[in-house]
Structure formats: C-alpha cells, structure tokens
Design a binder for this molecule. Structure first.
Ligand code: ARG
Length: 262
C-alpha cells in the first residue's frame, strides 16, 4: 500500500512539466502569466504579520508557517522530514526571500503529528516552538467545532513564497491569492482515495489557474480571517480539475492547542 502511494507520488513529480504548460495555458493573458504566483499578487509581511518563513540554518526558505502565539508556529509535517530543531530557523517580518530584515528565531522543539507518514495519508501538521519571541501579531486558528468554515464555495486566502508555476522558480516577494473551497465529493472525484476528507480540504477554481505550489507548503489557508488549513499537496499546481489540498485544521486544532499551550 505504502509502495503504491510512493510510486504515484513519483509519477506526480514527473508530470510537473506538463502541469507547468497547463498552468500557462490557463493564464488569462501573457502579461498576467509573467506576474503571477500561480495566479496571485504581491503582498508583504506587514499585511500578513503572522506569515513566517521556515528556513535552514543559512536562512534559505523552504516552507511557510503561521505564527499562532509569540513562540509557536504551525506548519506542515512534510516540511520537517529529516529536520532537527538545530537545523531550522523561523524568520518573521521579512517580505523578500533575499532580505536580511525582520526577526530570526531559533527552534527549541519540533512537534510533528505522531501519525504522519506521507502527505497522501493525512496528519500533515507540525508545531515549532521558538527559542525567542516573535514581535508580530499572531493569527487565530479554527476550533474543532468550526467545521462550517469549509462550506463549498467559501473564499479562502493562500499566501507564500512558492514557485510561480509548477516546476518554476520561487517568488522573491511574498504573494497571495484567493481560491474557493471545494466540496469533499468534488475533491474525491479528482484525487480518489488519496483525498482523505477527515484530514484534508481542497481549494481552487474548477478551471485551475490559481494555486499554491512548491515552497508554499506549511503556509496558511485563511478562511474568514482565521487559520483553517495548511498548504499540503496537489497534482502539479493550478491544473484544471486538480485543486490544492490543505490540512483540515479543525481535525487537529485540539492537538495543536495542546502544543501551543505547553
Ligand atoms: N508540496 C508543496 C510544498 O512542499 C505544496 C504543493 C501544493 N500544491 C498544490 N497544487 N496546491 O511546497
């Protein structure tokens, strides 16, 4: 079972060139294509102060994260595979990947969901504990009973420094876009049994064109001003019929709170 999932994931990676072509075809105009994340606009960490870069010890960004208290950051479990507390930094208040401003924090503890194995198996959630406080306003996150936030069609905001097309390069400046939340039945028709509705929620336009992409993982899906999801995975990026898949945070909010309050 695990081997099949792995094989499928490899096939998805091999399909990225085709996905990039699809994403470009979905661009409304050639000019928009050159300025898109995958269909977004530039923004700043002033606009989204809870938006954190997860970096290596050289401050090279590889994932996003969301500040939920002065010393706690919610991100994706898959971002932290092979990482140790000493190998990771969290950078706040830095809009540009090549910037040197903002606040850099070391990490004293990494909690990865104990049941996490692979993005297609769910449980893609982790909490970092910072050694020093971030002087930025944290985001609120959903409670376990807030399941109504995922009603199909609800507008969700995605934010990150990820690639501007599948297989493309990262964006030096932070970007954001909005995408509609997709029903579980629709997402299951796209992804089959790799979509686990208890642990995942999908967001994206049926026609594609707007999506998170590589490097956006771990970052926020914001619904109604509150952290409701974590960028997790998808087939290519911004492909028609393949919305982005986010960790369904209501399922994990009690476990996150345990980490945030410890
Ligand atoms: N796994 C990617 C990362 O590590 C995120 C991909 C999101 N893909 C998508 N089509 N929404 O950054």
């Amino acid at each position: 079972m695990f081997g099949l999932t792995r094989a499928r994931k490899t096939a998805v990676v091999a399909a990225t060139a085709a996905a990039a072509a699809t994403a470009l075809l979905n661009a409304p105009t050639a000019e928009a294509a050159s300025s898109r994340i995958v269909g977004g606009t530039t923004t700043t960490t002033t606009a989204y102060p809870f938006m954190m870069q997860i970096t290596d010890a050289s401050q090279k960004q590889f994932c996003g994260g969301t500040l939920v208290s002065a010393t706690k950051v919610v991100t994706a479990a898959h971002c932290l595979a092979g990482e140790s507390a000493g190998s990771v930094r969290v950078v706040g208040g830095r809009t540009y990947l090549d910037g040197t401003n903002g606040t850099v924090a070391k990490v004293s503890d990494i909690w990865v969901h104990p049941d996490y194995t692979d993005v297609t198996e769910g449980n893609d959630v982790a909490v970092l504990t910072l050694s020093t406080s971030m002087p930025y306003t944290p985001a609120s996150y959903v409670g376990s009973s807030d399941t109504g936030v995922y009603a199909a069609g609800t507008t969700a905001r995605i934010i990150g420094w990820g690639t501007t097309s599948s297989g493309g390069s990262s964006s030096n400046q932070l970007r954001t876009a909005t995408v509609p939340t997709v029903s579980n039945s629709s997402c299951a028709s796209s992804y089959g049994s790799d979509f686990i509705p208890s642990d995942m929620v999908c967001a994206g336009h049926t026609s594609g064109g707007v999506d998170t992409c590589q490097g956006d993982s771990g970052g926020p899906l914001i619904i109604g001003g509150v952290l409701a999801g974590i960028t997790s995975w998808g087939e290519g990026c911004a492909q028609a019929g393949y919305p982005g898949i986010y960790t369904r945070l209501t399922t994990f909010s009690d476990e996150v709170t345990e980490q945030v309050e410890s």
